[in-house]
Design a protein around this ligand. Sequence first.
Ligand SMILES: *Cc1c(COP(=O)(O)O)cnc(C)c1O
Length: 400
Amino acid sequence: MDHFNAANNIQDLQFFGEFGGVNPSISDSSTYTFLSAKTMFDTFEGNTDGCYLYSRHSSPSNLYLAKALANMEGTENANVTASGMGAITSTLLQLCKSGDHIVSSRTIYGGTYAFLKNFLPGFQIQTAFVDITNLEKVEAAITENTKVIFCETVSNPLLEVADLQALSKICKKHNLKLVVDNTFSPLSVSPIFLGADVVIHSLTKFINGSSDSVGGVICGEQQLIDDLKSVNTGACMLLGPTMDSLRASSILKNLRTLHIRMKKHSENAMFLAENFEKDRLTVKYPGLKSHKNHELFKKMMHAEYGFGGLLTLDVKTVEKANELMEMMQNENLGYLAVSLGFYKTLFSASGTSTSSEIPEEERKEMGLSEGLIRFSIGLDHDIERTYGKMKECMRKTGVL
Ligand SMILES: *Cc1c(COP(=O)(O)O)cnc(C)c1O
């Protein structure tokens, strides 16, 4: 893995525009002409490389972005989608059919949880939710119908870290696919090199980084990407979660600064986490020695990008959480908003927002307290100043 450098791999790509532009031209077309009717037939049959057919299948702009993301994750290829959920749902519906079974981490993005829990059973696909850090429980949940183990590298919102190498061993032993949502840790962790089969991102978050677009990607072997795009049986082709070319083009431009942004997000989050801990607040951040998966994360990460931009603070009650968040927003320290990876700090109380799909008892069981605030730390130029002002808000609201 030492020879693998995701940021270099993104930067080494050279795509010129039609007139020698330094950015690739945007393909502003839904359909493409063929010089001969025979080529059109062959393209439908999947026998022609480099021919475009229709933009739900592929378009030049989407292929550029997919190529850059495949280079970032070290996979043979990738396919971009209209959202992170478009990537997750297409992948799972491609890999699992009626009667199949999934073993999933129980601490995952609320939308993914709702899809597995409420939507897939209607298609006779059942999911066992487990504590992904307990490998014995993971293995015990596997049945003869299991096809996939699904997890997030760093989980939402509890920031638990999945031991991808150990999970990959279990997958190999039982002939399963390890599907990893790496949205919280782009560049920091390269799941493929730890044994994952498929890596998914919501591009909406750090990768795009400007909170102006929704997007997703599936990175994996060429065969999976071909399967997803098959005109006869492909989930991406048939369900149609297609990214627009203009979006693909703008996300590609933002991807090029991801390495700089991730370092700053991590540096700022580390600074706040260390200081909140000194202040005896209940802070969780994988970069802190006190975090239960600190050593594991250290073993898995590319150190230069740090431990990521997410941290959580437990202020016990939802009332306190709301009061603190409103005050921080009024002081211009960030926005009370879901999502992550923006230049500005974003905060939300997970239990009443992005994880509200998870029933209350289950939230309790997994340690997702009502007063848990998830922070996506921004690119603040002067994080010491931010810390000082945050502390003031915490004093005023009695959190400190
Ligand atoms: C936001 C998010 C998703 C869903 O992505 P969308 O782009 O909103 O569809 C999936 N997984 C994780 C970890 C996320 O944070």
